[in-house]
Design a protein around this ligand. Structure first.
Ligand code: ADP
Ligand code: ASP
Ligand code: MG
Length: 432
């Protein structure tokens, strides 16, 4: 059997949801479906999830969320009408969500309701049984999935029916609603695939699979036919947002293959993600910005036992978790998401590090991006030479290179405001 996850644009309105039904009806193996909240219907449109967060902001200001919530209400009622679904319980559910947001139930609750309401509607339209993720998916404090989830969901699926689940959320151990990070319905789909022991996890979106570069940056990039778990994870981690970077973990133990496909072009084969592949082919290039870089230096610092550990612990005290780090002989460079620390916090942190570790030098720089070239056997590849040459020719400065630490990715540091141009330059150099 196959688990199918449909992303926001695939369930954005009644016409899209009709396509979902056609796709499901065309293959009897497609018995479990995971849905996102309605996404954008066009470029200028708003995602329901974003509007729900606007509602939370109003409520936490002590204002009624009604002006924004009415827009949300309208979208669901339009979908129900367009699909000819009788919706007395939908109106009741909408009223309850609005009241609860006004009452201050908070961000996780509100954010999750986009998926909840959509799954209630879509399950009715499809004639699939609705399963509330709050009852089956348990998310630990650190955002990981509690293994009890697979037993709970697996029990439900054993009955062998057709099921529709809302993506993006589950519950804490204590039972209150908790969401994954943005784009997290991909994780829910992977969880459902593992719990069901699926033969295939189909991830339906608005592009015909993984492309060698972000299509919003490079014009008509070439498609990727097949890539590995490791490659898709690392490509996603550096910005290829078509598949959530944490959505691979649940399917690894069962080796379930993933097929990224296009709801608007169901005839396209899309991209297949497999456990392993013996190939040295280049897959793609991607970049992610919004990082702050902290560089420190101290002669012979790392000769002392436990110093690296103490250094990372000191960062945690300031709420900073590095996404990337590089070790030199007497120096370390770390990059972390800039949203983790204001200028004040970064300055305090640097001052504290300088004092506690008696550093010779410490400095920080905002506006950094990390760019990754992903492929097979990258640690043996010389592609980084072509990349460096192409960037040099375009006068794009490289602030660091990390080659050899991963067999699937070589990383480069560039300035945030040059990252898109860098991706274009590299795409031309490696893939054209
Ligand atoms: P969904 O709502 O279906 O989960 P997302 O918006 O999360 O869809 O992901 C699909 C989008 O990811 C595409 O429309 C595309 O703009 C973007 N994207 C970024 N990098 C890539 C890439 N390398 N390949 C394909 N799509 C990409
Ligand atoms: N609706 C959520 C978001 O917009 C989750 C998802 O679409 O995967 O991030
Ligand atoms: Mg997505």
């Amino acid at each position: 059997m196959k688990v199918c996850k449909f992303g926001g644009s695939s369930v954005a309105d009644e016409n899209q949801i009709r396509k979902v039904k056609e796709i499901l009806d065309s293959d009897p193996e497609r018995t479990i479906v995971v849905v996102s909240a309605p996404g954008k219907r066009n470029k200028a449109d708003k995602k329901v999830t974003d509007m729900l967060y606007e509602c939370v902001a109003l409520a936490s200001d002590g204002r009624a969320c009604r002006p924004v919530f009415n827009e949300i209400r309208k979208r669901y009622l339009e979908i129900a009408k367009g699909l000819s679904i009788e919706a007395p319980e939908l109106e009741k559910a909408l009223a309850e969500v609005e009241n609860n947001i006004d009452a201050g139930l908070g961000r996780d609750y509100a954010g999750s309701r986009g998926e909840y309401l959509n799954a209630v509607l879509i399950s009715k339209y499809l004639g699939y049984e609705f399963i509330d993720a709050q009852e089956c998916i348990i998310i630990n404090d650190d955002g990981t999935v509690d293994p009890v989830t697979y037993e709970k969901l697996g029990e439900r699926f054993k009955e062998g029916g057709r099921y529709c689940l809302p993506g993006f959320y589950g519950a804490t151990k204590a039972g209150s609603v908790k969401t994954f990070s943005r784009g997290g319905s991909d994780i829910s789909g992977a969880i459902a695939a593992r719990a069901a022991g699926a033969d295939l996890y189909e991830n339906w979106t608005d592009v015909s699979g993984m492309l060698a570069a972000d299509p919003r940056i490079v014009d008509s990039p070439r498609g990727v036919e097949v890539l590995t778990y490791k490659q898709v994870r690392e490509l996603a981690e550096v910005g290829a947002s078509v598949f959530h970077e944490e959505a691979i973990a649940p399917v690894i133990p069962l080796g379930i293959r993933i097929n990224i496909r296009n709801t608007n072009r169901p005839g396209d084969e899309g991209t297949l993600i497999v456990p392993e592949l013996d190939s040295s082919e280049l897959i793609g290039v991607s970049a992610k910005g919004g990082f702050t870089k902290v560089s420190i230096r101290k002669m012979m610092l790392f000769k002392r036992r436990g110093v690296r550990h103490a250094f990372f612990t000191a960062l945690h005290l300031f709420g900073v978790t590095p996404s990337f780090s590089l070790f030199g002989v007497d120096s370390i460079v770390i990059l972390f998401s800039s949203s983790q620390a204001s200028d004040r916090v970064v300055e305090d942190m640097c001052a504290r590090l300088k004092k506690d570790f008696a550093l010779d030098e410490v400095s920080y720089e905002r506006g950094q991006a990390v760019l990754g070239i992903v492929g097979g056997r990258m640690n043996e590849s010389t592609a980084f030479i072509d990349v460096a040459t192409a960037l040099k020719k375009e006068r794009i400065a490289i602030s660091f290179v990390n080659h050899g630490a991963s067999d699937v990715t070589t990383l480069f540091g560039v300035k945030d405001d040059e990252k898109e141009r860098a991706v274009q330059v590299i795409y031309s150099a490696l893939f054209k």
